[in-house]
Write a protein that binds this ligand. Structure first.
Ligand code: SIN
Length: 352
């Protein structure tokens, strides 16, 4: 049996010499790797594997006002390169969360990004008001895009006006100096339009993206595999969709901070999001199989940047929109002058 070697809590990773700091809405984070909401509760379980304060931030599972038991089981189904979940925002309610989970994160010195979810605009305002004066709170992520609600009319992120009204209410109630990020759904025709509505309503940044609405049918039982029938698709299967969404939002809103997520498993996956325009990234579904993934991704991302000659993480943000001219050393022509130089149009003579 192979032995498991755990990193001692608090051990600093040997990162290459790249300045990994990133700024989100005026707050400087030591690095750009966060957890993704819903994949690591409030970080306690992950802390058995690494010190969660080493991450840029810990994004907590979306919390609602009251305790909630969630949707019927089964709540998870496998899909090719992905996972479907239908949790239904199970949680202890905001009061228990504040006393237990946020207090724990603060005691660990972690930067907490508290994800909130409500059934009405008023719910979001009340949740936000409860966060005032709480130590450890670094940001608020407004989950307006949970796919697992009974009424699809409650997916505020599918309508620009509904999204804006939630963001406005949260901004009014938010503690001063705590950035508010709106979490968007990819299940819309024009994600840049929703993003713009949120920013116009006061969002300080955007979390891009939540899961895609999906469904699996069990061909043995001949019925939907999930108790909730539909669920949210996550994992590598959605990465190209997520990168596209980050790209489109960065083009529409060049200055808005973006926390990018969707199927990130490696440092190179993370780099794709950064080049598309993400100022930071969240690592989600992969932690179910590899709990140390967030610190591994951080290490791999730093190495990938160093290998490409970056001294600062921030220099890579959005670079694919305006890529530098790459220097490719000229290779001597191995066959002499008989062939035309590269890119010279080649013509063939035909015999008639
Ligand atoms: C859930 O609890 O159903 C998932 C939450 C989300 O995807 O926003």
């Amino acid at each position: 049996m192979s032995e498991l070697t755990l990193r001692p809590a608090g051990e600093q990773l040997p990162l290459p010499d790249v300045d990994m700091r990133t700024k989100l809405a005026g707050i400087t984070f030591p690095n750009p790797v966060f957890t993704a909401s819903g994949c690591a509760a409030a970080g306690q379980e992950l802390d058995q594997f690494f010190d969660v304060s080493l991450l840029g931030g810990v994004v907590t599972k979306s919390i609602m006002l009251a305790p909630r038991s969630g949707r019927p089981t089964p709540r998870m189904a496998e899909t090719p390169s992905g996972m479907l979940n239908s949790i239904g925002l199970q949680g202890p309610g905001i009061d228990a969360f504040l006393d237990k989970d946020l207090a724990w994160l603060a005691s660990r010195g972690a930067r907490a990004v508290v994800s909130i979810a409500g059934g009405s605009v008023d719910d979001y305002a009340k949740l936000t008001a409860k966060l005032r004066g709480r130590p450890g709170l670094a940001m608020i992520e407004v989950n307006i895009s949970c796919p697992n609600v009974e009424d699809r009319g409650q997916v505020f992120a599918c309508d620009p006006r509904a999204a804006a009204s939630v963001v406005q209410a949260v901004k009014r109630a938010a503690p001063t100096g705590v950035p508010v990020f709106a979490k968007l759904s990819p299940d819309v025709t024009d994600i840049a339009a929703i993003a713009t509505a949120c920013v116009d309503a006061g969002a300080d940044g955007l979390s891009v993206i939540n899961t895609l609405l999906g469904m699996v049918i069990d061909t043995d039982t001949l019925r939907p595999a999930l108790g909730g029938i539909t669920g949210g698709l996550s994992g590598p299967a959605i990465r190209p969709v997520a990168v596209r969404c980050v790209w489109q939002i960065r083009q529409a809103l060049p200055d808005i901070p973006i926390l990018g997520m969707g199927g990130i498993r490696t440092g190179l996956d993370a780099l794709e999001f950064v080049l598309a325009g993400a100022n930071a990234i969240s690592v989600g579904t992969t932690v179910f199989g590899d709990p140390s993934a967030p610190v591994r991704v951080l290490d791999e991302l730093a190495r990938a940047l160093a290998e490409r000659g970056f001294a600062r993480f921030e220099d890579a943000i959005g670079l694919a929109h305006n890529p530098p001219v790459l220097y490719v050393p000229e290779e001597p022509d191995p066959v002499g002058d008989e062939l035309p130089p590269p890119h010279h149009p080649v013509t063939f003579e035909t015999e008639d």
